[in-house]
Design a protein around this ligand. Structure first.
Ligand SMILES: Cc1ncc(COP(=O)(O)O)c(C=O)c1O
Length: 387
């Protein structure tokens, strides 16, 4: 079956963050929203049908994770990431950012240090900060058009930290870390007793030339010193449902963390999340393959368009996911002026680079998880305001 990614439903007026919160975020509704990381594509029918079918029963009472859901998750993990495990090492999590906050509450106290590598998905900065933890940042390096770690700096900064939050693959760079990179991160963190949170929400969106490595699979050090988060929400465009999971192979860490979750009544989950996730994992492979082909087409088209029309703007070619980390430094504008120019002159809503850390100065993040026509329109708007 050929899926249609060119036709996108109108989302405005559905209380969706991307289209309906532009006034709060950008100060205006008169712009093309290409920011928050969900896609404009229709959530696939096999997921919507599963939700509709569950509705036919007409009672939506308290629900726990069905066995068929657990099997679908475990099969997906085994097939795609080579993780053979049992459900008792996994746990429902309403959302990954919430999961990160739960880990910080379980394993740290206010004043403790949390290691991150910047630029990075803003909640990795904000959650530690807002909960009274101190974030310590190790800036990433750009080598051959992709991010990599500055291991010397990382090791120095790891000393005295309690937890590291790792985006694997990386948002905003779309970098798929190699096994060697992850293994080195694992060794450094074990040596300095830093518990690793591996946030693998973008894993399924890894493009076919690359290989996602789940952090737990790189070494014994990583396996016994980590908590991995995973979700179908980005992959199948169902971020409005609570349907994330965490995987904790180490018994001691698991007892402590699952204890926190259970004591805080965070175990039951969301009825539609379970049915939707099961359908996604059981029937989603073909759709996902076609989605990735379409998104790669968007990335190629964006690269070509910029080369021909606005060659001074480039982006880090993502190895995973639908986000472009765009480099506007050649325009020589302050971040405030760049933001203003894009919002009010180009009328486009992108994520501001400095929200991802100070290394984001001169950058913006563009979401191309939409149809090609919209991607082109966004790029035309950007190019129309070059001086
Ligand atoms: C790296 C990363 N982690 C987590 C999230 C959000 O996860 P959730 O909606 O489950 O909190 C995002 C969304 O953009 C993300 O990019």
């Amino acid at each position: 079956m050929q899926y249609d990614f060119n036709t996108i439903p109108a989302r405005k007026g559905t209380f969706c963050v991307k289209h309906d919160m532009t006034r709060e975020v950008f100060g205006t509704e008169d712009l093309l929203p290409m920011w928050v990381a969900d896609m404009d594509f229709k959530t696939p029918d096999f997921i919507l049908d599963a939700i509709r079918k569950r509705c036919d029963h007409e009672v939506l009472g308290y629900t726990f994770a069905p066995d068929s859901y657990k099997m679908a998750v475990l099969n997906w993990f085994q097939k795609r990431y080579g993780i053979a495990t049992k459900w008792n090492k996994m746990h429902f999590i309403p959302g990954i950012v919430q999961g990160i906050a739960f880990v910080l509450q379980t394993f740290t106290v206010p004043g403790d240090k949390v290691l991150i590598t910047t630029p990075v998905y803003p909640p990795f900065i904000n959650v530690p900060h807002r909960t009274g933890r101190i974030f310590v940042s190790s800036p990433l390096k750009t080598v051959n058009g992709r991010f990599t770690f500055d291991f010397e700096d990382l090791e120095r900064k790891a000393q005295g930290c309690k937890v590291m939050i790792l985006s694997n693959p990386h948002n905003p760079g779309g970098t798929v870390w190699t096994k060697e990179e992850l293994s080195q991160v694992g060794d450094i963190c074990l040596k300095h007793k830093v518990l690793v949170i591996s946030d693998e929400i973008h894993a399924d969106l890894t493009y076919p030339e690359f290989h996602h490595t789940s952090f737990t699979t790189v070494s014994e050090a990583a396996l016994h010193n980590s908590i991995t988060f995973f979700a179908p929400s980005k992959t199948f465009n169902m971020a409005g449902l609570a349907s994330s999971v965490c995987y904790v192979p180490d018994e001691e860490i698991r007892k402590t963390f699952f204890g926190f979750l259970d004591h805080n009544e965070l175990s039951l989950g969301n009825i539609f999340g379970y049915y939707a996730a099961e359908a996604a994992f059981a029937h989603g492979e073909e759709w996902l393959q076609q989605l990735l082909e379409y998104l790669q087409g968007n990335i190629n088209a964006a690269e070509q368009f910029l080369k021909e029309n606005c060659p001074e703007i480039t982006f880090m070619r993502p190895q995973a996911s639908f986000l472009l980390w765009m480099d506007f430094r050649s325009w020589h504008l302050s971040q405030k002026d760049l933001e203003r120019k894009l919002i009010y002159d180009a009328k486009i809503g992108l994520n501001n680079g400095t929200d991802f850390g100070p290394e984001g100065e001169g950058f913006m993040r563009m979401n191309i998880g939409t149809n090609r026509e919209t991607v082109m329109e966004g790029l035309r708007r950007i190019c129309s305001v070059r001086s």
